[in-house]
Design a binder for this molecule. Sequence first.
Ligand code: SF4
Ligand code: SF4
Length: 338
Amino acid sequence: MSVKISLDSSLCVRYASKFSGCDSCQKACPIEVIDINESRVDIDVFSCIGCGVCAGACPTEAIRVSETEIYEKVFELISSKESVIGCRYNFFCLAAINGEYLATMALVNDIVLDVGFCKECEIKEECYDRILNNVSEADYILQALGVNAKIELKDLKKVSDISKERRELFSSFAFGKYADKEAQNGSFKREKIPPKRRRLFLAVLKQLGIEGSSKLLESKYLGFFSDKSIDDSCDNCSVCYRVCPTDALSFGSTGEILFDAAFCVRCALCHDVCEKESVKMEEFFDFESVTAKEPKVLKRFKMAICDECSNPFASISGERVCRRCRIEEEEAKTLWGL
Ligand code: SF4
Ligand code: SF4
């Protein structure tokens, strides 16, 4: 029997921290063969039917289906300008194409999801609403970007002829391997490389000359985009930006916690690990932040040199000893019963 699904634990946030509450794959699995126990994700690969819905739901794209990533499949469809997508001929279950991928694909072509096979499918009950939700999210994103693109659900027997307007626009467009070059060039130039799903989205936006839109979207309708803030309870313990799997959060050279929305995949790990719950998800998301040239400053600290270890640290209220040295001092006192 060939294994239909595999998990790259180095990408899964559950393995990155015992505080992670991510259970997107488990919730998505229509036949309930994923089990999550603290820092472990167990997939019963013998019962798995390889529908790929968990892979589409995973924020960090840690799951592969039949040795393929959802990213690779979507990339293939976009590159071949395929506009009709069906589970029996060119994709996994349609519920595996999440809202961000659907929006990316619809930016290139109007697309038709062939739901003709759903009627007799054993996982229809669990997956059809997810397809509808993903389409709604993609429509919401496209509207915010001011793009008039269509995503239709049809019961097809044959591939129909779809509007060729945007397809022609892309006829001379070479995405390049994983769109790296595109994502790093011109208006989306960045020092780091965004996660794959986002790279593709950015590459397509760039090709279409869409610089983002200042229209605010409600976060609750988005799957993988988010904006953050950090409130005054933050003491720069540094855990959030150290665990962030995509480097969306980072610490700037002059004492700031920075956030780059283009990199955030909304895995929620920064929220889960913050003991003081200082990291907040903003209620609204502005697409301009995805294409912004600079990351946003979430919190600025005054930098000082630690009297004990001589390393630079963020001084919250004028203290002269860094957090690590203070913790070590406390531990030593406890150890010696002082
Ligand atoms: S959805 Fe992805 S990151 Fe989250 S627990 Fe499952 S495999 Fe890990
Ligand atoms: S900023 Fe937070 S939610 Fe976004 S990718 Fe990093 S850890 Fe995940």
